[in-house]
Design a protein around this ligand. Structure first.
Ligand code: UD1
Ligand code: CA
Length: 465
């Protein structure tokens, strides 16, 4: 669902210092479920047009991270949420006929469908403002919603400025608002920083609107967790976990087996097909995608990895920016690095590292290998301990291993070098020259065996002592 087709514009508040995070990084760049807080907010308001993002603390970094995603307005220095909306005034006043969504930038759990419902309620009622509220037995540091006659909203009072009776109110302000532009502009003019923090509070516009005779409505979220505002690193971790749980819930409902949701992480943009199995301790990040029938883990981390059907990634593997076909077996303890492609039914065994390498269909590298900048043909067999020497200290060089080639254990392939189709490399060879197709290459000195040598040595020692 999105706001597409509705005449809605948005202002996102992302200038705050985030003092309570105690971090040099701008608050909205902190990540929940692998993506920055502001990304979550932008997705929740997708379809609003235009989108204005108020930035201040860490402005350069925020602008760089979200270039092209909206219009940026600087709030320097940040003097409260009301002040943030004031500095965006020109941007939204230009579209006075469009409803205005104002959304705090620290609400990663907010769903697009909730924003959509808020706008629908706002448009249906014709109110000057409609706020999203939630309820908790103890609303902590959130702003309390004061109701008047007939359930109408009277005001929002910040927790720090609230009386004990007001603090006992369970309904609180989520930080998501829909406004009609003209009354909002009038109410903004009336804001003053007379409060505990000496800031211009956006929340004060509600009382001003009511005093001006305007209607203010409210829309309640069913699940207060969706309204969690991130102010501390602990809340950030809680939000991240809740997002992951939500995503895992969707995946399980769709037919993905998640053996231990508590230890499993799945990022926002990860795709997992029904019939896949995620074993405990599995972390799927970035644009990873897992096809049906694949089994991942336990304890595997995949970043931007594409995994084909029925592939098995065993214990303790790290895979990054790679494409893996179907029916492949990887690990345990394998490291698959960027730009690697593993074709169908290939096998990558334990303690094998692949970098920028293509492993052909049905090819095998079962144990203890480093294969970098290599192209390995279909059904080739790479013996235990094979190393591609791809780096000469200055530059990287390619290795080619043909289809059906057999590389004996503990071979050293000094690149650039090529092993032809169907060729054999004897175990423990150092290969520095190309091997033609179907040839046998021996790249080691011949063994010498001295009969009786050991016994003689023992006898000499015995006499000497
Ligand atoms: C705010 C609300 C509170 C509500 C809570 C919900 C106000 C005064 N209070 O409180 O009623 O219950 O959110 O989570 O609005 N920001 C700016 N410029 C500023 C100050 C803040 O852009 O000068 C941005 C922040 O980056 C943040 C958002 O506004 O994304 C909210 O600011 P924050 O300081 O976290 O407000 P709360 O104290 O949580
Ligand atoms: Ca907050």
């Amino acid at each position: 669902m999105s706001l597409d087709g509705r005449p809605v514009q948005a202002v996102l508040l992302a200038a705050g210092r985030g003092t309570r995070l105690k971090s040099p990084l701008a608050k909205v760049l902190h990540r929940a479920q692998g993506v920055p807080l502001l990304e979550h907010t932008l997705r929740a308001v997708a379809g609003a047009q235009p989108i204005t993002i108020v930035i201040g603390h860490g402005a350069e970094a925020v602008e760089a991270a979200f270039a092209g995603r909206g219009r940026f307005v600087r709030q320097d220095p940040p003097r409260g949420t009301g002040h943030a909306v004031m500095v965006a005034r020109e941007a939204f006043a230009a579209n006075a006929d469009r409803a205005l969504l104002v959304v705090n930038g620290d609400l990663p759990l907010l769903r697009d469908r909730t924003v959509e419902a808020l706008i629908a309620a706002h448009e249906a009622s014709g109110a000057a403002a409609t706020l999203l509220t939630a309820e908790l037995p103890d609303a902590g540091s959130y702003g309390r919603v004061l109701r008047g006659e007939g359930d109408s909203v009277r005001a929002i009072v910040e927790a720090r400025d609230a009386s004990p009776e007001e603090r006992a109110i369970r309904e609180w302000n989520v930080g998501v608002y829909a406004f009609r532009v003209a009354p909002l502009l009038r109410a903004l003019d009336q804001l003053t920083p007379q409060n505990a923090q000496g800031e211009y509070y956006l929340t004060d516009v509600i009382a001003h609107l009511v005093a001006d005779g305007e209607g203010v409505g409210a829309c309640r979220v069913d699940d207060a967790r969706e309204a969690l505002g991130v102010n501390t690193l602990q809340e950030l971790a809680i939000a991240s976990r809740l997002l992951v749980e939500r995503r895992l819930g969707e995946l399980m409902n769709a037919g993905v087996v998640v053996e231990d949701p508590a230890s499993t992480f799945v990022g926002v943009d990860v795709r997992v097909e029904p019939g896949a199995v995620l074993r405990p301790g599995t972390h799927l990040e970035g644009r990873t995608s897992i096809a049906g029938g694949a089994t991942i883990g336990p304890f595997a981390r995949l970043q931007d990895a594409v995994i084909g059907a029925d592939t098995v990634v065993l214990d303790h593997c790290l895979l990054r920016e790679c494409v893996v076909g179907s029916g492949v077996s990887i690990g345990p303890f394998a490291h698959v690095r960027p730009e690697t492609r593993i074709e169908d039914t290939a096998k990558v065994g334990n303690f094998v590292e692949l970098k920028k390498t293509r492993l052909g269909r049905g090819a095998k590298a079962p144990h203890l290998s480093y294969l970098g900048d290599a192209t390995i043909g279909d059904a080739a067999n790479i013996g235990a301990g094979t190393i591609t020497c791809n780096y000469d200290g200055t530059r990287k060089h390619p290795t080619r291993i043909g289809a059906g080639a057999f590389v004996g254990s503990n071979s050293t392939l000094v690149a650039p070098v090529s092993i032809g189709d169907g060729a054999y490399v004897a175990a423990a060879s150092a290969i520095t020259e190309d091997v033609p197709a179907d040839a046998l290459a021996l790249g080691r000195s011949r063994q010498t065996t001295k009969a009786g040598w050991a016994r003689k040595r023992r006898d000499t020692k015995a006499k000497g002592s």
